[in-house]
Design a protein around this ligand. Structure first.
Ligand code: FPP
Length: 256
């Protein structure tokens, strides 16, 4: 099977990942290559997100977590931060009708309290307006950092222990996960990172424990549903062992 032959039909007969995360990287470089301001890359990136969410929903993916703005992105020049905040506001208001039409439920991961008031209000309004939708969950990671998310969960657990609501001996993975932003989502199956960089960038460090990772060189604004199908095709070919062994019989033979 060559890359060009992989279509939606190819993957539909296999195991579809329930939850896909995406690092939408390469917007700035995409724009620079076209002598455009970086912000045009983000604008185009928002359109790519719309296409990918639509395709993912149509093949039965239950949740997409997209990294839209990290806790570190505040370090960017003011005009770029302002543009991204405004883009989020415009995107959410402009997409609401389509999101409802396609039954997409929007939730957020991240510290929304630090966002400009109007953007925060728009985010909250979108969550309420899409809360009854029964299709794909679009989890937008905004002002999100995984280390901050983990610390937030640690503080919540510590506070419950201090208040005698929780015993130290009761703390386990399930209790901890219930305090992460992703608590209501299926386990993360696949991370897609376009843009050529081979790193995790403070994204979903806990949730990635047994996820498969798919990198590609193309920049996010150039990503199409075909890239999604390719990533899923690769995912379907991988053997996920979750730390165990699959062929227990042959392993047993070693000791027989
Ligand atoms: C990383 O590319 C991308 C971001 C920091 C922003 C991602 C945001 C969008 C795609 C906007 C769409 C989202 C919504 C919900 C409106 P980069 O700027 O680091 O690119 P570079 O590595 O080429 O510089």
């Amino acid at each position: 099977m060559t890359e060009a032959n992989i279509t939606k039909e190819t993957i539909l007969s296999g195991n579809i990942p329930r939850h896909i995360a995406i690092i939408m990287d390469g917007n700035g470089r995409w724009a620079k290559e076209r002598n455009m301001p970086r912000t045009m890359g983000h604008k185009r990136g928002a359109e790519t997100l719309r296409d990918i969410v639509k395709s993912a929903g149509s093949i039965g993916v239950e949740a997409v977590t997209a990294y839209a703005f990290s806790t570190e992105n505040w370090k960017r020049p003011d005009y770029e931060v302002n543009f991204l905040m405004n883009l989020l506001d415009v995107y959410l208001s402009g997409e609401l009708e389509k999101l409802n039409k396609h039954q997409v439920k929007v939730i957020f991961s991240g510290e929304l309290a630090q966002l400009p008031k109007t953007v925060r209000a728009r985010a909250e309004k979108t969550v309420v307006a899409t809360s009854a939708n029964t299709g794909l969950v679009l989890n937008l990671a905004v002002n999100y950092g995984s280390q901050a998310e983990i610390l937030r969960a640690v503080k919540s657990v510590a506070s419950d222990v201090a208040d005698n609501k929780l015993a130290l001996s009761d703390i386990d993975e399930t209790i901890f996960e219930k305090r992460l932003y992703t608590k209501d989502l299926p386990p993360l199956d696949l991370l897609i990172r376009p843009g050529g960089d081979l790193r995790i960038s403070n994204f979903l460090l806990w949730q990635l424990a047994y996820a498969e990772i798919w990198f590609c060189q193309d920049y996010w604004p150039d990503i199409t549903p075909d890239h999604l199908y390719r990533a899923i095709y690769d995912f379907q070919k991988r053997e996920r062992r979750f730390g165990a062994i699959v062929d227990t019989k042959s392993q047993a033979n070693i000791y027989e």
